[in-house]
Write a protein that binds this ligand. Structure first.
Ligand SMILES: C[S@@+](CC[C@H](N)C(=O)[O-])C[C@H]1O[C@@H](n2cnc3c(N)ncnc32)[C@H](O)[C@@H]1O
Length: 257
């Protein structure tokens, strides 16, 4: 989790957000939904010492000691159980926050538009911002040379398929901006950043990101595949390992072109 945090930090050149806040015009109250270990919330608290930063999560994995302007709330519920509709809004009136943030939460929600985006609109002050920093995960190749049977592509499509069956759809990245407009947001922006599969780029920054992503994929591939593919596609462990083995090889050794 903290590795994904580092990856996003590097590809965003160290910026914590793209919403137009500055130290002079800082967000007074910030909500970080599914804050995880709370790194973003803690760094936001350091960046804006007079802001109040609240992080919420299903799991109580946040550090016990946080800067005085941070509040961490663990919303205890079973993982993958839909967040009860009153959880998000339990403590917060409408028009409460200047900035609401999500990062790497795709796959956490049964209906991200309804559970997160529409409710963010309700809880933001007029002029407030919702910023979703998400990793959609569909592989692309800049020069269009990715074959349709490329193993990473096949694995991703299988993940998309099983995530729908799990009611935790992960292929929502490209819909986020439309959903924001549909619930009433205006001035919607999309910024797309590339994450290389592994350390193949010559550019040192991209190489660094690629190597972090490679390690992140290798660490998570088996658990992710077993969790989704056995439960929701009825595959055995052996079938799953045979299926992801070629993709694992790509992560280790190859670039696409
Ligand atoms: C991949 S982590 C991302 C954490 C953090 N945003 C970051 O960037 O490091 C996803 C987080 O979502 C939390 N989560 C999953 N489902 C949730 C839900 N329904 N409500 C709140 N948090 C949830 C998990 O406990 C986990 O901490």
């Amino acid at each position: 989790m903290d590795e994904q945090y580092e990856i996003i930090k590097v590809i965003m050149d160290g910026r914590l957000h793209l919403a137009p806040f500055t130290r002079e015009k800082y967000p007074r109250k910030v909500l970080d939904i599914a804050t995880g270990t709370g790194l973003w919330a803690i760094e936001m608290g350091d960046e804006y010492p007079d802001a109040e930063i609240v992080g919420t999560d299903l799991s109580p994995i946040q550090p016990p000691f946080v800067p005085p302007n941070n509040g961490m709330h663990a919303l205890l519920s079973l993982p993958l159980k839909p967040l009860p509709t009153n959880m998000y809004s339990r403590d917060y009136p409408p028009s409460e926050f200047d900035l609401i943030h999500t990062r790497v939460t795709i796959g956490c929600w049964a209906d991200m538009k309804k559970e997160i985006i529409a409710r963010a609109f309700h809880h933001l002050k007029p002029g407030g911002w919702l910023e979703c920093q998400e990793v959609p995960g569909m592989p692309h190749c800049d020069d269009g040379t990715m074959p349709p049977d490329y193993d990473w592509l096949k694995w991703t499509l299988e993940l998309y398929n099983s995530s729908r069956l799990a009611n935790r759809q992960v292929d929502v990245g490209e819909q986020l901006k439309d959903w924001m407009r549909e619930v009433g947001f205006v001035d919607v922006h999309e910024a797309v950043f590339k994450i290389p599969l592994n350390g193949w780029p010559k550019d040192t920054r991209l190489k660094h990101v690629g190597m972090l992503w490679q390690r992140n994929l290798l660490d998570g591939l088996q658990g992710f595949s077993l969790g989704f593919f056995s439960k929701h596609l009825g595959k055995t462990q052996e079938e799953i390992e045979v299926f992801f083995f070629p993709f694992q090889q790509h992560i280790f050794f190859f670039c696409l072109s």
